[in-house]
Design a protein around this ligand. Structure first.
Ligand code: HAM
Length: 426
């Protein structure tokens, strides 16, 4: 029988990568918290309707990329493809909406999209994100960008650029949409099938096209910022002013429309120079003032971003390698198993990382394994040690060996560890 392998587009996060990802999340949470954001966790599956209404049924995410299934009672559920709609639902449904706005929330966890797998693109991937809900002030847009920006700086990630745009609102977007349609109307025959479909379904998405024929026509396309109503124009100015106050450089990108339907006004992405094509965004976000009502809740304007953790970790400098265990406790005889387990537990309670090797193989084999583990010391317990209630402790880097009372073992291991650290510095 062929071995069973993981589903296409998924990844096993092996310890080193998982530690890098957890470290990136911890840094993000810490920085978000310094701006007043607190962590929230919502279910990994939601009712399908949440995304159909929230993200929009003309988007690629909803039309082609959702993992949707009926549960045993016939309800249609979907593995969340993103977390803005779920967080807004949780906000609307809970006591959070009684707090003074804006309510600042952060999150991290797996998302699911049936996308074509590739470099930095998975079917199960992880996001870290924040949402600031209940406040329409444009300065808040700059604040969420500042959280992301400080986080990437903390991770030591360079080579990034902030792309910024405003796509207007329900008042001014129809005129822009019409201008786009008028621009492309004489050239429909020149457009590839997919872009013709986009133009019919969701004209703004054509600005995202990577097709060379469409690109040619996009060179002279109308710009969203020329169509903004006075309120949207004012908001866009204020976002830029606040970004300058945070000293965050940005590029205005007239073609940045984003793939989710809930955005109004500010949209942004952070790109990295090493990410190419459709996967160049480390994170994306924007304002979504009408989303709460679309979900059936009272109005709650908001803004947020989400970053792809796989992409962030792929580009960030490698984190400190995982620390090896400090001690390996070995039993040399079966009669010593009890004492070995007791000692290992005592050392762990003293704050050391301990591997307990009490199997039946030879002490020689155990010593070899201890050396390979990268541990600093081995604690050996045989018949003599059981009788004397002492432990033989060997420092692996030098071969030094001492017999100690059990209670003294932690102190000795620490002393050796400190000595090694100082020797390493010399
Ligand atoms: P999004 O642009 O769809 O926005 O996703 C945000 C980030 O998730 C992307 O920039 C990318 O780094 C990562 N990402 C998306 N799809 C994949 C994939 N298939 N594999 C790996 N990484 C991926 C949102 O999800 C919005 N909810 C962001 C937001 C928050 N807007 C307002 N608040």
């Amino acid at each position: 029988m062929p071995p069973i392998s993981r589903p296409r587009g998924t990844e096993d996060l092996l310890p080193a990568r998982l530690a890098a990802m957890a470290g990136a999340v911890a840094a993000g949470m810490r920085i978000a918290n310094s701006f007043g954001y607190r962590e929230i966790a919502t279910p990994i599956f939601e009712s399908t309707e949440l995304f159909v209404r929230g993200v929009g049924d003309t988007t690629d995410v909803v039309r082609r990329e959702m993992y949707t299934f009926p549960d045993r009672s016939g309800r249609s559920l979907t593995l969340r493809p993103e977390n803005t709609a779920p967080v807004l639902r949780a906000f609307g449904e809970s006591s959070l909406r009684e707090l003074p706005p804006p309510v600042r929330l952060s999150y991290a966890g797996p998302m699911f999209r049936y996308d074509r797998p590739g470099r930095g693109r998975y079917r199960q991937f992880h996001q870290f994100g924040v949402e600031a809900i209940g406040d329409a002030e444009a300065e808040l847009d700059a604040e969420v960008i500042a959280v992301a920006w400080d986080w990437l700086a903390d991770l030591g990630l360079g080579g990034i650029s902030l792309q910024l745009n405003s796509i207007g609102d329900a008042q001014c977007r129809p005129a822009f949409r019409q201008a786009l349609l008028d621009h492309f109307a004489p050239h429909l025959a020149q457009l590839p099938e997919l872009d013709r479909e986009r133009l019919a379904r969701n004209p703004l998405r054509i600005l995202d096209s990577k097709d060379p024929d469409t690109e040619e026509l996009l060179a002279t396309v109308p710009r969203t910022r020329d169509f903004l109503c006075p309120e949207c124009r004012d908001a866009f100015e204020r976002v830029q002013l606040a970004l300058r106050a945070y000293r965050i450089p940005f590029q205005i990108n007239d073609r940045l429309v984003r793939g989710l339907d809930y955005y109004v006004r500010t949209t942004f992405e952070v790109w990295h120079e090493d990410l190419q094509g459709a996967q160049n965004a480390l994170f994306g976000g924007g304002r979504y003032d009408g989303l709460s009502e679309l979900l059936g809740y009272p109005a709650a304007p908001g803004v947020g971003f989400a970053a792809g953790l796989e992409r962030v970790v792929m580009l960030a400098p490698p984190p400190v390698p995982l620390a090896p265990p400090q001690v390996v406790v070995c039993s040399a005889q079966e009669t010593a198993v009890g004492l070995a387990v007791d000692l290992a537990q005592r050392l762990r309670r003293d704050g050391l990382a301990v591997i307990c090797d009490v199997g039946r193989r030879s002490l020689k084999g155990k010593m070899r394994a201890a050396e390979r583990s990268g541990a600093g010391a081995v604690a050996i317990l045989g018949e003599d040690e059981v009788k004397s209630q002492r432990v033989t402790l060997r420092r692996l880097s030098t071969g030094d060996q001492v017999a100690l009372r059990l209670a003294e073992a932690s102190g000795q291991v620490r002393e050796w560890a400190e000595a090694s650290a100082t020797e390493g510095q010399l």
